[in-house]
Design a protein around this ligand. Sequence first.
Ligand SMILES: Nc1nc2c(ncn2[C@@H]2O[C@H](COP(=O)(O)OP(=O)(O)OP(=O)(O)O)[C@@H](O)[C@H]2O)c(=O)[nH]1
Ligand SMILES: [Mg+2]
Length: 161
Amino acid sequence: MRRHSVAVMGVGGVGKTTYVFRLLGLSLKPRTTLRPGIYRLYLRDKEVDFIDVPGQVATEVARNFAKAWTFYVDLMIYMYDLTDQSSLYAIAELHSALLDRGITPYRRVVLIGNKRDLAEELGLFVEGDEIANAVGAAKIYYMSALKDNVEVLYKPLEENV
Ligand SMILES: Nc1nc2c(ncn2[C@@H]2O[C@H](COP(=O)(O)OP(=O)(O)OP(=O)(O)O)[C@@H](O)[C@H]2O)c(=O)[nH]1
Ligand SMILES: [Mg+2]
């Protein structure tokens, strides 16, 4: 079985751990992540190590990632909150903080705009195209890690690892 590594990064509160827990089939409600976590999950014939890092601000997220994982990942998932423009801009900052640390961070990168349910409710939907281009993301996924069916949540993995 081939092993793959995936990391999800974004500033505090965008829904990274919620996403990981849903992929694992856990019904726990996460608290603020305090230290990096690595979770193993299985995707058909693939074994995937999934890295979830804490951090309130971009530079801290980059630092935590560097601590947890010093070599490259197959897939980097940058996540932001669709209702929070600053969480999207933080991705660009996060990205350059990683490059500054001399980490060649990934083979492939995608962007997830999370909290789609909330964005629709509030009528506030921050589109990610520009930042996706800036960081070289292959694709953008809009979803609700909290409410979508798990098949929707698996798409970024199925299509990119
Ligand atoms: N409405 C809505 N809330 C969400 C969604 N995903 C996550 N949340 C909520 O957002 C809050 C933060 O979620 P977490 O998964 O802890 O966020 P995180 O990115 O892991 O945050 P840190 O661990 O601090 O970096 C929680 O209250 C979640 O229930 C979503 O898709 N929709
Ligand atoms: Mg977390």
